[in-house]
Design a protein around this ligand. Structure first.
Ligand code: C2E
Ligand code: MG
Ligand code: MG
Length: 400
């Protein structure tokens, strides 16, 4: 609904709601009640049912009715819905509680793939409460500056030198220990907090990069950028400010954007990418191969680096199909003038394959997991001083 409303205008959005309301009306008995409580959420009260299954039957009927084709002003469109069901008196005996629980069940239906219905149960409330608590704690952690950057090296496969790092957000929770960014980043995206996290990591990474450069180790540092940042009007100025405040040379900053996010990019986001490049920073496509995107965007985007997703690297030593795909991706990226990084390299055999296929860089536990800044710097100094290549660190940074 939101997409139709945003792209086709509120008038069409209103007509859509009216049509849906009619469809709901046609599906219920005259003794039932239907209301729109807000936005695109409707509530149905079935006053008199014999068994919970009766509510389920109606939910199925509604799902079917709503998902059939709609035509508004000559535009064909399809919408779907998610249904949550709470029962009186089993789940509660006042309207507030019943609506709240139906809402929780509806969110569960959304999470489980949408276009389905779910009955409320106590586990959902427990999950909901746990999520709310995590959300509050994350808000505190962000405002108290408790999200810090860890750094994982990227190694030049040819010279075995460290030629860059990726800064990864870390949240240490006093009770639960480290919470994975795979958990808190999607949560932060949902509640509009990810921009603050990305900015914090960007500022830390720029400062660290400058500190290392002052000690004679110019290193390209990459930070991850959420799709939400690309819709933030101040994002460009935020990057510019981080560069100015740290005084880092922009050529040593890279922004990683996951392939999945790029698919939804329009002209405004493409322009922003070009403006970022004009600042002197470089852009990388992260998790390449997982986003089901068309390859034609590769030649359109102003990116310099392509990172092959870990899922292709994992079985590289025995899966023939992964071998063929990885070799093809490296070839294609090189033909387009892109640098290729393999993500999640854990085994020597994987590195050997990547080396034979001329992949530029590897990143993964084989060299090091993400580690705190001081340890990362120590590792950098130690590795680049002892590796077989004789070129100095300035030159190794150039390899990127
Ligand atoms: P990513 O950007 O693709 O980062 C690589 C992830 O793979 C990291 O997980 C890293 O710890 C993990 N990894 C690296 N080498 C290996 C390996 O050899 N084996 C295995 N099994 N894993 C390896 P992490 O730190 O948990 O981050 C997960 C994802 O969260 C990142 O994937 C990135 O998409 C997102 N993320 C992390 N920090 C930030 C941030 O500051 N901002 C935003 N927007 N997203 C972030
Ligand atoms: Mg990344
Ligand atoms: Mg990745």
């Amino acid at each position: 609904f939101k997409r139709i409303n945003d792209s086709m205008g509120h008038l069409i959005g209103d007509r859509l709601l009216q049509k849906i309301a009619n469809r709901l009306n046609q599906s219920i008995r005259s003794s039932d009640t239907i209301a729109r409580l807000g936005g695109d959420e409707f509530t149905v009260i079935l006053d008199d049912i014999n068994r919970p299954e009766d509510a389920a039957l109606l939910a199925e009927k509604l799902l079917h009715k709503i998902s059939s084709k709609l035509v508004i002003d000559g535009h064909e469109m399809f919408v779907s819905c998610s249904v949550g069901i709470s029962l009186f008196p089993l789940h509660g005996d006042d309207n507030q509680t019943l609506i709240k629980y139906a809402d929780i069940a509806m969110y569960q239906a959304k999470e489980e793939g949408k276009n389905c219905y779910r009955f409320y149960n106590q586990d959902m409330s427990d999950q909901n409460e746990a999520r709310l608590q995590l959300e509050t704690e994350l808000r505190h952690a962000v405002s108290d500056g408790e999200i810090s950057a860890y750094y994982q090296p990227k190694v030049c496969i040819k010279t075995k030198k460290i030629v860059g790092f990726e800064a990864l957000a870390r949240w240490y929770h006093t009770d639960s220990g480290f919470i994975s960014p795979a958990v808190f980043i999607p949560l932060a995206e949902e509640i509009g907090l990810v921009g603050k996290i990305d900015l914090a990591i960007l500022e830390q990474a720029c400062k660290e990069g400058k500190r290392w450069a002052q000690q004679g180790h110019n290193m390209k540092i990459a930070v991850n950028i959420s799709g939400n940042d690309f819709n933030h009007p101040d994002f460009l100025s935020m990057v510019r400010r981080a560069l100015e405040q740290s005084d880092i040379d922009p050529q040593y900053l890279e922004l990683e954007i996951t392939e999945g996010v790029l698919i939804g990019f329009g002209q405004a986001q493409l322009d922003l990418m070009r403006q970022l490049v004009a600042l002197g920073v470089s852009l990388a496509i992260d998790d390449f191969g997982t986003g089901y995107s068309s390859l034609s965007y590769l030649k359109k985007l102003p990116v310099q680096t392509l990172k092959i997703d870990r899922s292709f690297i994992k079985s590289l030593d025995h899966d023939r199909k992964d071998q063929v795909l990885v070799a093809a991706i490296i070839n294609m990226a090189h033909s387009l003038g892109l640098t290729v990084v393999a993500e999640g390299v854990e085994e020597l055999s994987q590195l050997t394959f990547l080396e034979a296929n001329l992949c530029d860089m590897s990143q993964g536990y084989l060299c090091s997991p993400p580690i705190p800044a001081d340890q990362a710097f120590e590792l950098l100094v130690r590795t680049n001083a002892t590796c077989e290549c004789t070129s100095d660190s300035e030159t190794s940074a150039e390899i990127t």
